[in-house]
Each structure stands twice: as C-alpha cells, then as structure tokens.
Design a protein around this ligand. Structure first.
Ligand SMILES: Cc1cc2nc3c(=O)[nH]c(=O)nc-3n(C[C@H](O)[C@H](O)[C@H](O)COP(=O)(O)OP(=O)(O)OC[C@H]3O[C@@H](n4cnc5c(N)ncnc54)[C@H](O)[C@@H]3O)c2cc1C
Length: 329
C-alpha cells in the first residue's frame, strides 16, 4: 500500500462519543486532527437517549453522533470513513494501516469502543434498543413496572435482577439452557427475594415492531415479557492497542491513567474500550480528558523541539512588535 505523505498531529481512531468529543477539543486547540471511523458506534443502536445531560426531551443516538460530527467539522477536524486494520511505530510517528489508506500521526487516541454480545436467542436482535437492553443505567428507568427478563447465569445476572427491583417488582432470570453459575451468596439472595429462575433454553421471542411480548422456552412453557436485559459479556475493540503494545486488563480493556494515557508513550485511549462505565456522556468526557492531555503532551514536545518559534516568526512578520510613538494630538 502507498505510504501516506501527510502526517497529522493526532489521529483519533473511532468516531463515536469518545472520539468525536476528543476531536472537538483537539481541533479547538488548533491541532491537525483526523478522525478515522468505521461507522459502528453503539450509540446508533439507541433510538432515544434519555440520560445525556442537556437533552431533557431525549435525542436519538444517531442524531447525537451526527451532531458530534458536525461539531468537530465546524472546527476543521477531518473525518474519514475507514477501518484501521493494523498499527505500528515508525520512528517518532505512528503508522496506521487502514483498508483504504495508510495514515501517520504524532499521537494516537484509540476510541474504538466495545461490542456487547447479544444473547443467543432467535429473532431477539430486532428488539435491540427497543425492548432488549444491555444496561440498567440507560434503560432501567424506561422499564418501570414492566415484566423484566434477565438473561444470564452468573453473579452479574443475579445482581442485575436485584438492581432491577428498584424499577419493577416483576423480575425473573432466564439462564437460556445453561446451568446457573452463581455463588452461594447470590443464590441466597435469589431465595431471599424469591426471584424466579427458568433454566430451559429460549426457543423463540414473540415480538411486534421490536417490542417483546413473550419468550417461548424449549420445554414448551411460555412467559410474558416486556423488556429483556442481557449480561452475556463484551468484546473490547483492543486490537490496535495490542498491536502497539499497550497493557490490557484481564477483560481486554485498554488500561489508562487519569489522563487516558496508555502504557505506550504517545498512545491514548478513551471510552468503552477502557475500564470506564460504558455510558455516552462518560465516553464523551473521557474523550475530552484525553484530548486535553494530548494537547499538553504536544505542547511540551514543541518546547523541547523549539517548534513554537515558527509560529512566533510568522506572527512577527505581520505584527508591529516595537512600541511606536503615538501621533501628537
Ligand atoms: C442498545 C444500546 C443502547 C444504549 N443506550 C445508551 C443510552 O441510552 N445512554 C448511554 O449513555 N449509553 C447508551 N449506550 C452505550 C453507548 O452507546 C456507549 O457508551 C457509547 O457509544 C460509547 O462510546 P465510544 O466512543 O466508547 O464507542 P462507540 O460510540 O461505540 O464508538 C466507537 C467507534 O469506533 C469505530 N471503530 C472501532 N474500531 C475501529 C477501527 N479499527 N477503525 C476505525 N474505526 C473503528 C466504530 O465503528 C465506532 O464508530 C447504549 C448501548 C447500546 C448497545
């Protein structure tokens, strides 16, 4: 592949909540910033975001991302559609190999997010974001007094079911054909709160326009349901972090410090690919923190390299710096 001649101050991989927020900050700090995005933000799955500060009437995830792009472009951040397949160091720069092009930059921010694994239930994906959810902080509130199924079989699933009691008294756990895998303490809580547990495999979902009506089990039983939450797990998009040698935790999240720095100098990460609570506003905040740290890092580097001189010379050429005598009145 042709080597890109252009080099950016910062490349942000991922144009979701974290990446676009970082791009706004970096572009407003006068940095040459490129956002490379493959268009799969989880935010696009949410028809009505109810918990993003400043939108009391809600906003769709799609609209929020569109506004984020418009906002970043307003300050001259560039955004391209591509998927970065590999990354490595090339001297003092990072070299990112995309499917369409090769890109170079001084600093990289990975804002590549996560994939929540949907439950292994036929036809359930049509209900995604409408009545099938991954996050009680996002969607518990809208499930008040509904009949709620928690699909899972471990301690997390039990804690989810218990946490959902704040929203509804009608909560049960479906292990979807698997043996329960929770410990004695969680088993005791199930008994104490009388949470029903169905172990049969879920054969099908009856739904209309994305709204779940009932679950049909393989043992021929059927139960009415309005909302289904799943705790099946996450796949963190950490491939580029790994390729560049960043430390990961045992779940595969990229480890960052309070400034979103990874263990690799010049490499930052923000949003759901890090150990942040996976929420839009938290991802956006993480992106802003990373952007500020990157800007500071580049500033310090420019002092080491005496690179600010070229800005100053340009300014001196157009600016009257010597004091002049005021004309006599
Ligand atoms: C159904 C559903 C509903 C949700 N509802 C809410 C809600 O109501 N409120 C809330 O706060 N949160 C909600 N969330 C969570 C929210 O969507 C995430 O917290 C948020 O999108 C995370 O932002 P991010 O920038 O880390 O990742 P994302 O927004 O997912 O963005 C990551 C971006 O990186 C791109 N990318 C990944 N790898 C590459 C690569 N190699 N090259 C180029 N691009 C790449 C992806 O295409 C994607 O565009 C919901 C999630 C789901 C699944």
């Amino acid at each position: 592949m042709e080597k890109s001649k252009q080099s950016w101050d910062v490349i942000v991989v991922g144009g979701g909540c974290a990446g676009l927020s970082a791009a706004v900050y970096l572009a407003r700090a006068m940095r040459k910033v490129l956002v490379i995005d493959s268009g799969q933000s989880l935010a696009l799955w949410e028809p009505e975001v109810q918990n993003y500060f400043g939108f009391p009437d809600g906003i769709s995830g799609e609209e929020l991302i569109e506004r984020g792009k418009k906002h970043a472009k307003k300050y001259e951040a560039q955004i391209v559609e591509d998927e970065i397949a590999d990354a490595r160091r090339d001297g003092i720069e990072f070299l990112l190999e995309g499917k369409k092009d090769v890109y170079r930059s001084k600093r990289v921010l990975l804002a590549t997010g996560v994939l929540h694994i949907p439950p292994d239930i036929p036809h359930v994906n049509e209900c995604l974001g409408h009545s099938m959810f991954f996050c009680k902080d996002c969607d518990g509130f809208r499930s008040q007094e509904k009949q709620i199924a928690i699909v899972g079989r471990n301690n997390d699933a039990v804690e989810y079911a218990l946490g959902m009691l704040f929203y509804s008294s009608c909560v049960f756990i479906a292990t979807n054909g698997k043996k329960p895998h929770w410990d004695q303490q969680h088993s005791d809580w199930i008994a104490e709160y009388e949470i029903p547990v169905y172990e049969s495999r879920i054969a099908d979902v009856e739904q209309e326009n994305g709204l779940i009506k009932s679950l049909a089990f393989e043992d021929k039983r059927c139960v009415e349901v309005d909302a289904l939450f799943t705790t099946r797990g996450d796949i963190f998009h950490n491939k580029l972090g790994k390729a560049l040698g960043a430390d990961l935790d045992s779940d595969g999240q990229i480890i960052v410090d309070h400034c979103m720095k990874t263990s690799v100098p010049g490499l930052y990460a923000a949003g759901c690919v890090t150990p942040a609570n996976c929420q839009m506003i938290i991802a956006a905040g993480g992106g802003a923190i990373a952007a500020q740290a990157i800007n500071r890092d580049l500033f310090e580097q420019s002092l080491i390299d005496h690179a600010l001189r070229r800005f100053r010379w340009k300014q001196i050429a157009v600016e009257q710096t010597e004091p002049v005598e005021l004309p006599a009145k």
